[in-house]
Design a protein around this ligand. Sequence first.
Ligand code: ATP
Length: 633
Amino acid sequence: MNAERLFSKLPPFLVEALTALGLIVVPFVLPYLDFAPNTVNRILVWGLFGIGFDILFGYTGLLSFGQSALYGTGGFVAAYLLTQAGFPHVITALMIGMIVAAVVGYLVGLIALRRTGIYFAMITVAIAEIFYFVEFNPLAEWTGGENGLPGVPTPSLNLGFATLNFTSGWSLYPFLAFCYFIGIVIALRIVRSPVGAVLRAIRENPLRAAAVGHNIHGYKLTAFVIAAAYAGLAGGLLGVLQAFMPPEAFTFDTSGQLVIQTAIGGRGTLFGPLLGAAVWLFLRDFLQATMGLGASWKLVLGIVFVLLVFFLRQGIIGGVRDLYRFVRGKAATPVEPKEESPVPGLTAEQEQKAAEAEVARQRAAAPMPARHPARSRLTGPILQTTGLSKHYGGLVANADINFAVKQGEVRGIIGPNGAGKTTFFKMLTCEVHPSAGKITFEGRDITGMSVTDVCQLGLTKSYQVNQLFNRLTVRENLTIAALAELRGKFRLDLLARLTKIRGLSEQVQHTLELVNLAGRADTPVSQLAYGEKRRLEVGLALASSPSLLLLDEPLAGMSPRERVETVKLLKSISQGRTMIIVDHDMASLFELAERITMLHEGRVLVEGTPDEIKRNADVQEAYLGGVHEVVHA
Ligand code: ATP
């Protein structure tokens, strides 16, 4: 069940083998727990439906309330083929239903994914309502309207020497269990693939996932289509299971029940929806039949749901996982978030280790090989802006900025608060588009490009406020960034293994050493000290091997000791790299940069070497003397 981590420590195929074993023993165990075969079959159909939904919701963070549209589409296409069109092969009809649902999912996704958050959820609700209406009215002739489509046949498999007929109850179970098993095997491959890693990154921080070079719209659409395909197959199986395709498949209740079951079982686990369905359907049967609650079973179930969500926010599987971690955490020595920088009073052994780490970091400081050999032949400036301006209504954030940086240079940018430094950086990385002017990077006009495309070209930045993937570990964070460089902005290697991507582990290890976080590689971001998070922020930008690295206030919020350490780190990183650094700590910036550009009221006030800037009267004037002493520090 360790589907949450990018790099599972479990032996290969263990989860698959345990799933197969579980599915084999179910018919021998569940009858003793009062599970009727029809209930078990229904759980499998919901579980299969939920696998796709979990990839969309649990892994990608997209909460859709419109899955019923795709469940109904797949179900009705398969049922229509089998009952009205005289199609003889049940399994092929199910496949066709699944493919049609995936295609419809693609079209629905194109519309719904234009919005995020609550607006995305609202669009999915509206689309599902449209599908429900269409099934009942314009398409009633084909779908049977409120009567649905009765007479859906069950599958049979001709093995040559014998024919297997899967009819109903336990006789249908092996067929449904096989479908579920194939579904989970494929889903496990997907969530362990590079695409699965990017989906988690989108869930954690879509802005940063795009900024490190992933086409997040393409990947979200992929998750939507995958969820649609699972929904379509499950819809078809519902018709087979009931020998009837009910119009209720299209209702909002269906989508709502799927969300509730996934929340009960545990999202982001793949098995959560199956477990949630088991709890939901068992309780429903138990409350209705055994307890004789009649229609009020929904009230009790509602209360159970509220309690479960209240006490187990990550669902049953999440609760068990937390309990396991808690027990293991008690057994193991807790690791406190702390800085690894040398402190006074180290033992000889600690000093030796610190020295070795420093040597490794120095070695790692060599830049990764350039992505494009053409870069080494670049003659003009690596980055140039002409007449760059940005207006927000009447406010002029940047005006007519002409700026150029040579390859290999380390440039500092200073300026008082509100001078326009961050806006300038945002325009350089194409996070915001200029009102006027042009940006040229490596001789190419990048004005108006997307932040993702610009990162793919080799220009990226670290953020003033950390933009990390918080629930992932340090190694996983860097993996996300390195993947964008190694695979490009979009690739559908859904079944590839993350561990088999050539050069990935080396690139991640290199960056870990570069930012001095090798010892914290498997620590979740939430457990890092602030200084470590800042280093990881820089590491995320570095992991994509940029040819131009922008650092937005890398020293912000650090203690004096952390500043000294980080300046040392930035110095080693700057070897052989082109960097532009914005910071308010001028003493540190003068130590790092070869040239300084000063912005004031959105314009370039002065540019020169650190010594020239220190002596410049305009700079002193702009800072109103308040930073005078710092400048001379
Ligand atoms: P600081 O050092 O405080 O981070 P800065 O030099 O980075 O400041 P910017 O953040 O670029 O300055 O802001 C420049 C001006 O543009 C400010 O007056 C700011 O209020 C304005 N500004 C920035 N972003 C926006 C926006 N999205 N909408 C309206 N005004 C904005």
